[in-house]
Design a protein around this ligand. Structure first.
Ligand code: ADP
Ligand code: ZN
Ligand code: ZN
Length: 731
C-alpha cells in the first residue's frame, strides 16, 4: 500500500508530502519512522492511496510504527488541512500543535511500573509450607500479599528485600508484571465539594444549552453569577451521554480555583493541559485523553487541540480574553478552531463572559448565536460600588502620591477591619522609564525601539519586549548629570511605597517579575487566600477569575492607562479590565468597594465601566465600530514584515504593496490599504514594517487566499512575512 507521509524535520522548510510503501498494519494518522536521505526520521501518515505519480519501484518502505496508538485522528487531519488553508501555515506546523512536543523525538515515553501480584491458584497454606523455615522475609512477603493481593515492586523490595521477592517469584507463587502508570498532576488537589441548589438563572442556562436547537451560546453573566457551576453541570450531562468535553480558561495557572473544582468533582476523569506541568505529566495527561481514560480536557488555549473524540461540549470561559488569540506562529484564533471541532462533532459551543467581545455580542444580537443572560450574582449579592476619583483634583489639592486620599482611607479601613484589598496597575517594575532631566537622554534597549523600565530590586533596566537587561546608571551616560527622573510608577514601586505607609501590613505582588518560577502564581494566590497578606498588588494577572472571599476593596490605580492606545480595541479592553478587576471583590457575604483613579473622570467608558453597564457600553461601541468601519463590520488584515535588514524589508514591502493596490482596483471587498512602519519600529534587532488592509465585513476565503499568495512572493529570504486577521495587538 502507498502512504502519504509528512516528515518531521525540525527547523526545516520541508513541508512536502512524500510517498512511502507500507503494509496493512499501518493506519492513517499514525506516526512512523521513515528513511529520508540516509537518515531515519519521524513522520506522520496523512493519507493512503493505490496509485503514485512516482516510480513505484523506487519508493522506500516505512521502517516502523512509533506509537501503539494512532496519534492523529481523522478529525485532526481535517483540522490540519483547514488550518493550512485558513492560516496559511505548513501542515507540519498544524500537526505539531496536536501532540505534546516532548513526544516528538522520543523525549518522553510512558512511565512503567513493576507490580507484584499473588498467584491465587495455590492455597496460601501450601505456599507457606513450601518455603524454607529460615526464609522469614519470604514468608512475611507472602503473608503481606495474601492480605493485599498486589503491591508496588519497589515498595516490596525495600521492605522484604529484592532477593526474597525474586525467590518467591521463581517458585511461581507471585508474579512480577510491568504496567503503565500515568503521572497525574494535582492529584491531591481538592476543595469543598459544593452541592448547590441551582438558582433559577443557572437552571435556565443549563436547560437551554442542553435542549436548544442552537449549537453556539453566549453565556453573558455578571461576575460572580455562578458560571462555573453551569459549565460543570453541562459537562456532567454530556459525560452521562457518553461524550467528552473541553473546558478552556485564559491562563490555567492563574485559575487554581477552577483546577481544584474540576479535580475534586471529576477526579481522574479530567486531564489538565498546561505549561506548568512536567514533560512527563503533560504527555501522560494527553495520552489519557487519547486513550479515552480521561474525558474532560481542562486547559488554556492549546487545550482546544485535545485529542478527544465524540466531543459533547466545548466551553470557552472569559471568551473575551486576548490570550485566546495566538500572537506567535501559528497565529490561530481559539474560537475558530473550537467552531471547527464543534461542527465536526455536532457538539455545543459555550462562550462565557461578563464582558463579551463586541464581535461576539454582535453575533448574539443578530441571532447567529444564542444569548443566555445571567443578570444576578449568586444570592443576589450586589455588585461592588465603584467610586471614581479625579487624580487631577488630587494633584491640585497637593497630593502628588499615586494614592488618592479616598483610596488611602479605604485601605486603612480595610486593613483595620481585617479584610483584604487588591490594587491593580498594569505596569511592571519600579518606573516605566528613566530620563535625564538635563539633556533629555532616555535609556533605550539596544535591540528594540522602546524605553527601558527600571527595576529597583535588581537595580537593573529591563526591556519589556525582549527581556534584555542593562545596568542602571547614577550619572547620565550622555552628559554626566546626576539628575535622573523616574517615569510612571510600576507595581514594584507601589509595594515599596505601601510598605512605608502601612509598615505592619503584609503585601504581596503578582506580576511577570514575581512569577518567573512556575509555581509562583499558585503560591502567591495561596498565601493571599490564607491571609498571609492583606494587600495584593499586581498587573492584569490579579484580574483573572480569582474568587477570594475576604476581598472587600479593589483599587484601580491608573484606569486611563489602556484607554489611550491607538488601537480600535482600546476602549473595549479598558471596559473589560475594569469590570474584571472590580468583580474580584465583594464575592462572598461581605460587600465590596472599588476605587477607580483616573485623570479623565468624565470619560464615558469609565463612567459605564463604573456602573458595570455592559449593554450601554456595547451599544455605544458597536455604533462607533459601524461608523468608523471596524470589526465586526470590517476585517482588519495586517501583513507584518520583520528583518534585521531594513533595505530588504522596504523593497519587499513596496513590491507587495504594489500588488495589494493592484488587487484593490479589481476587488470590491478592500476598503483601503496602507503601508507604514510598525508602531514599535524594532524588536529583537528586527525592523518592523506593515501593510494594513481594511476589508468590508468578514473577509472572503478567496481574497484571503490572494493576500496569502502576495505575501508568499518575496525576493529576500531574511524577511519574514506574517498575515494576521484582526490581530489583538497592532504594535
Ligand atoms: P463567575 O464565574 O460567574 O464569576 P463563579 O462561578 O466563580 O462566578 O461563582 C461565584 C461563587 O458562587 C462561587 O464561590 C461559587 O462557589 C458560588 N456558587 C455558584 N453557584 C451557586 C449556587 N447555586 N448556590 C450557592 N453558591 C453558588
Ligand atoms: Zn543627560
Ligand atoms: Zn529589547
Amino acid at each position: 500500500m502507498i502512504f502519504e507521509v509528512i516528515v518531521d524535520i525540525s527547523n526545516s522548510e520541508v513541508d512536502r508530502v512524500f510517498d512511502y510503501l507500507g503494509d496493512e498494519s499501518i493506519s492513517v494518522g499514525s506516526r512512523v519512522f521513515v528513511p529520508f536521505g540516509n537518515r531515519k526520521i519521524e513522520g506522520f501518515i496523512i493519507g493512503q492511496k493505490e496509485q503514485t505519480d512516482f516510480d513505484k519501484s523506487k519508493l522506500k518502505r516505512i521502517i516502523s510504527k512509533i506509537d501503539d496508538f494512532t496519534a492523529v485522528s481523522e478529525e485532526m487531519l481535517q483540522l490540519m488541512r483547514f488550518m493550512a488553508e485558513h492560516l496559511h501555515i505548513r501542515l507540519i506546523d498544524a500537526l505539531r500543535l496536536f501532540i505534546p512536543s516532548q513526544m516528538r523525538g522520543g523525549k518522553v515515553t510512558e512511565l512503567k511500573k513493576k507490580v507484584v501480584t499473588i498467584n491465587r491458584s495455590v492455597p496460601i497454606a501450601e505456599m507457606l509450607c513450601k518455603i524454607n523455615k529460615t526464609a522469614k522475609q519470604q514468608k512475611a512477603l507472602l503473608e503481606y500479599l495474601n492480605e493485599k493481593d498486589f503491591d508496588d515492586y519497589t515498595f516490596l523490595a525495600n521492605n522484604f528485600g529484592g532477593g526474597a521477592v525474586k525467590k518467591v517469584a521463581e517458585k511461581g507463587f507471585i508474579e512480577i508484571k510491568e504496567v503503565k502508570k500515568a503521572r497525574i498532576p494535582y492529584q491531591n488537589l481538592s476543595s469543598k465539594q459544593n452541592c448547590f441548589v441551582h438558582t433559577q438563572e443557572q437552571q435556565n442556562a443549563i436547560d437551554t444549552i442542553k435542549n436548544d436547537s442552537n449549537n453556539t451560546f453566549l453565556l453573558f453573566g455578571v461576575t460572580g453569577s455562578g458560571k462555573t457551576e453551569i459549565y460543570m453541570s453541562v459537562i456532567d450531562y454530556y459525560l452521562s451521554q457518553n461524550k467528552t468535553a473541553i473546558m478552556l480558561v485564559p491562563e490555567i495557572s492563574l485559575t487554581p480555583n477552577m483546577l481544584k473544582l474540576f479535580r475534586s468533582r471529576y477526579g481522574e476523569q479530567v486531564a489538565i493541559l498546561h505549561s506548568g506541568l512536567s514533560a512527563g505529566e503533560r504527555f501522560d495527561e494527553w495520552l489519557r485523553l487519547k486513550r479515552g481514560e480521561a474525558k474532560i480536557a481542562l486547559g488554556a488555549r492549546s487545550a482546544v487541540f485535545a485529542p478527544l473524540e465524540n466531543i459533547g461540549v466545548i466551553i470557552i470561559d472569559e471568551e473575551h480574553d486576548s490570550s485566546y488569540q495566538s500572537e506567535s506562529n501559528p497565529r490561530y484564533a481559539t474560537w475558530e478552531i473550537a467552531e471547527f471541532r464543534r461542527k465536526y462533532n455536532s457538539a455545543k459551543l459555550v462562550l462565557g463572559s461578563a464582558t463579551p467581545k463586541i464581535e461576539t455580542f454582535y453575533k448574539a444580537q443578530k441571532g447567529e448565536i444564542k444569548l443566555i443572560e445571567l443578570k444576578n450574582r449568586i444570592n443576589k449579592r450586589p455588585l461592588p460600588e465603584v467610586e471614581i476619583v479625579d487624580m487631577v483634583k488630587e494633584l491640585r489639592g497637593g497630593n502628588k502620591s499615586f494614592l488618592s486620599d479616598k483610596l488611602y482611607d479605604e485601605l486603612k479601613l480595610t486593613i483595620k477591619q481585617g479584610n483584604q484589598a487588591i490594587l491593580f496597575l498594569n505596569r511592571r517594575g519600579f518606573s516605566s522609564f528613566v530620563m535625564c532631566t538635563k539633556c533629555g537622554y532616555t535609556a533605550k534597549c539596544t535591540d528594540c525601539d522602546v524605553s527601558l523600565s527600571y527595576h529597583a530590586d535588581e537595580n537593573l533596566l529591563k526591556c519589556h519586549y525582549c527581556g534584555k537587561r542593562f545596568r542602571m546608571f547614577d550619572l547620565c551616560p550622555e552628559c554626566k548629570s546626576p539628575f535622573i527622573r523616574q517615569g510612571k510608577i510600576g507595581t514594584e514601586r507601589v509595594v515599596n511605597e505601601l510598605q512605608k505607609l502601612f509598615p505592619n501590613t503584609g503585601i504581596l505582588r503578582m506580576d511577570v517579575d514575581t512569577t518567573q518560577n512556575k509555581e509562583a502564581h499558585g503560591k502567591i494566590i495561596e498565601a493571599f487566600e490564607n491571609h498571609e497578606a492583606q494587600i495584593l498588588v499586581g498587573t492584569q494577572m490579579v484580574a483573572k477569575g480569582h474568587d477570594f472571599k475576604d476581598v472587600t476593596l479593589v483599587g484601580i490605580l491608573d484606569a486611563d492607562q489602556s484607554l489611550h492606545f491607538e488601537d480600535y480595541r482600546a476602549t473595549e479592553r479598558t471596559f473589560q479590565l475594569i469590570t474584571q478587576v472590580s468583580g474580584r471583590c465583594g464575592r462572598d457575604v461581605k460587600s465590596g468597594k472599588v476605587v477607580l483613579q483616573t485623570y479623565s473622570p468624565k470619560h464615558i467608558v469609565l463612567q459605564l465601566a463604573s456602573r458595570q453597564d455592559y449593554l450601554s457600553f456595547y451599544k455605544k461601541e458597536v455604533n462607533i465600530r459601524e461608523v468608523t468601519g471596524f470589526p465586526p463590520f470590517a476585517t482588519i488584515l495586517r501583513i507584518l514584515y520583520l528583518s534585521e535588514n531594513e533595505q530588504n524589508i522596504i523593497s519587499t514591502l513596496n513590491a507587495q504593496f504594489a500588488k495589494v493596490q493592484e488587487l484593490k482596483k479589481t476587488n470590491g471587498e478592500i476598503v483601503f490599504a496602507t503601508k507604514m512602519k510598525a508602531p514599535v519600529k524594532r524588536i529583537e534587532k528586527k525592523y518592523r514594517y506593515q501593510i494594513i488592509i481594511k476589508v468590508q465585513n468578514e473577509i472572503s476565503d478567496e481574497l484571503l487566499k490572494q493576500i496569502f499568495e502576495i505575501s508568499d512572493e518575496r525576493e529576500y529570504k531574511d524577511v519574514s512575512v506574517f498575515v494576521e486577521k484582526n490581530p489583538q495587538n497592532l504594535t
